[in-house]
Design a protein around this ligand. Structure first.
Ligand code: AGP
Length: 612
């Protein structure tokens, strides 16, 4: 998720762009850049934060009243100066800033190279700006029409703004799958990824809809058309909410925003990596080492915290589908226990931040002992990503809330693809079953949207149990790691003690804890062990435990036993964690709010534990 800002009008553009980028830094902050038209094209861009960009700006060349700015969350190419936006076309005439992913950029790049284009960065964005240039040249058409034609050729998601140094009176903006809002001032226009850079100048905005582009002129005129070239007009809306709420997308907290972003984050993590109808999976990092991975005698998954819970689900998936032995290790233990590792092992290191010290140290040890390291990270170019031989990014976008939510669900999506691709290579999964699972994986974002509709009901349950001093979370099979994750969510943001346990393990001790003061959250969507789960629920009920059960829609037996029923959409058992975690994230969030806790920055915690 990147931050985009543009300005055309009668004010100095530079201060507006810089301030706007600072407002958007929560969307991505690994590089930033600005392009201005002032007699020519002046571009400043730098890896790092906006404050790093400001240090390199030559203030003798910033006078301009049209410009664009970008703060990057890298998806293609390391976060460095060359890959920073804006990107310039071969002729030097066009500048572009882009938020999103162009899936078919490689084939377009190859074609443009044949036509004599050269590229300086690893980004899909530089390909797009040269495609626009090539279209304008060959079609001998206007820039806005060239943008429209070019966007009809690309596959993926984008929000873009394009400048032409030969026309300082026009900006072109377009969107598909990434937001763009136009602020309408007095003979001036602002463009941004959201209203945060705009609200201090004007409250009058127009939101571009899917597959629309806008031609914005200095004379206060603008037009909106669809990529199908149909003129559109939009009602001018009045911004009501505060700047702080805008940064949180209208949500009270980043954590809630990120819980609600999970459908889109999962779509982004799967984008271009699978095709259900054709039954293929394409994980670049995996293909590069597929022989070694296919011959691996064992997978070791190492991580910390929530990422370790994703790893447990990975163990169930890989053994269940690809029939290869898997061990899951806390990185902090793995690095000190003198583990037996060989070149026959593949170590999968999972980390949202890509900077967790224990996980990094675990990788070093495994590398020294000749294992292949496969990184699953959310931050492009992070230390763990760079320390890995290969890997895949989760593309969840920046996760600001300290309590991990969308990172967890995108890690699981990605590990599911890894397990499925392994099973395909090993022939342990019939193609028909593979396609069935991929079709269902495509349905998961919609089913999470459906599950999010339970928010109000979950908030009511939270109000009943917000003063509990202990919680138990119980699950079997794929839901056991979800029980652990649900307990961690509650612990880390509400400070209530909570434990996750395999449901059957209760009778080996923890059942002594059960009384009328103990809320017990059951994850009871399993088909394979349903009757066992029913017995576990009965055991708790017999001891007066308060039962909150997450069940499939239409469940009948547990309904009779539980104090509260949360009915979630059915899905493939192996995909159930993607659904069953959502009510637990919401339960933890609401309880923490009701207890007056700081959910985005809980006490004692950091977003990335870069120390031992
Ligand atoms: C989870 O909500 C916590 N923020 C924490 O357990 C986190 O998952 C852990 O520190 C690992 O971080 P990483 O994924 O960035 O490596």
């Amino acid at each position: 998720m990147c931050g985009i800002v543009g300005y055309i009008g009668n004010k100095e553009a530079f201060p507006i762009l810089i301030k706007g980028l600072k407002r958007l830094e929560y969307r991505g902050y690994d590089s930033a850049g600005i392009a201005l038209i002032n007699g020519g094209m002046t571009v400043f861009k730098k890896a790092g934060k906006v404050s790093d960009l400001e240090k390199i700006v030559d203030h003798n060349h910033i006078t301009a009243n049209i410009g664009i700015g970008h703060t990057r969350w890298a998806t293609h190419g390391e976060p460095n100066d060359v890959n920073a936006h804006p990107h310039i076309s071969q002729s030097g005439d066009l500048a572009i800033i882009h938020n999103g992913i162009i899936e078919n950029y490689s084939s377009i790049k190859a074609e443009l190279k044949k036509r004599g284009y050269t590229f300086h960065s690893d980004t899909d964005t530089e390909v797009l700006v040269n495609l626009i240039e090539e279209v304008q040249k060959t079609e001998k058409t206007t820039l806005d029409n060239a943008v429209r034609i070019a966007l009809n050729e690309v596959v993926g998601a984008y929000a873009i703004v394009v400048l032409n140094r030969n026309n300082p009176d026009q900006l072109i903006a377009a969107r598909k799958g990434s937001p763009l809002v136009i602020g309408i001032g007095d003979n001036e226009f602002y463009i941004a990824s959201d209203a945060s850079p705009i609200i201090e100048y004007t409250q009058n905005v127009v939101y571009l809809d899917e597959q629309e582009y806008a031609v914005i002129n200095r004379n206060g005129q603008y037009s909106i058309r669809t990529l199908g070239n149909v003129e559109k007009s939009h009602e001018i809306k009045k911004l009501e909410f505060s700047l702080e709420l805008i940064e949180k997308g209208g949500f009270e907290h980043f954590m809630l925003k990120e819980i609600y972003e999970q459908p889109k984050a999962i779509e982004d993590s799967l984008r271009g990596r699978m095709n259900a109808s054709k039954g293929w999976i394409k994980l670049g990092g995996l293909n590069e080492y597929i022989t070694r991975i296919d011959n691996a005698e064992r997978f070791i998954i190492t991580a910390c915290g929530t990422s370790w819970h994703s790893g447990l689900i990975g163990e169930y998936l890989i053994e269940d589908l690809a029939r290869v032995p898997v061990e899951v290790e806390y990185a902090s233990e793995f690095r000190y226990r003198n583990p037996i590792i060989s070149d026959k092992d593949v170590v999968i290191a999972i980390s949202q931040s890509g900077e967790t010290a224990d996980t990094l140290a675990a990788i070093d040890i495994a590398k020294d002992r000749q294992a292949l390291i496969y990184g699953v990270c959310n931050v492009i170019g992070s230390s763990i990503a760079r320390a890995s031989h290969a890997g895949s990014y989760t593309h969840a976008g920046p996760e600001i809330g300290v309590a991990s939510t969308k990172a967890f669900s995108t890690q699981i999506s990605l590990i599911t693809l890894i397990a499925l691709q392994l099973a395909t290579v090993k022939g342990t999964l019939p193609t028909s079953k593979l396609r069935e699972i991929l079709y269902e994986l495509e349905n998961i974002p919609k089913k999470i949207e459906e599950t999010l509709l339970l928010d109000a009901q979950i908030k009511e349950i939270a109000a009943i149990y917000k003063d509990a001093t202990n919680f138990l979370y119980l699950g079997r099979g794929y839901n056991f790691p979800v029980a652990l994750e649900g307990a961690l969510k509650l612990k880390e943001i509400s400070y209530i003690h909570a434990e996750g346990y395999p449901a059957a393990e209760m009778k080996h001790g923890p059942i002594a804890l059960i009384d009328e003061n103990m809320p017990v959250v059951f994850l009871a969507t399993n088909k394979s062990a349903y009757e066992k789960i029913v017995s576990n629920v009965q055991e708790v009920k017999a001891r007066k435990g308060k039962i909150i059960a997450v069940v499939h829609k239409g469940d009948t037996q547990i309904r009779e036993l539980a104090d509260h029923i949360i009915e979630v959409p059915e899905t493939e058992e192996i995909l159930s964690p993607l659904i069953t975690i959502v009510p637990l994230q919401l339960l933890a969030y609401h309880i923490a709010i009701m207890r007056g806790c700081n959910v985005d920055q809980p006490r004692n915690l950091a977003k990335s534990v870069t120390v031992e």
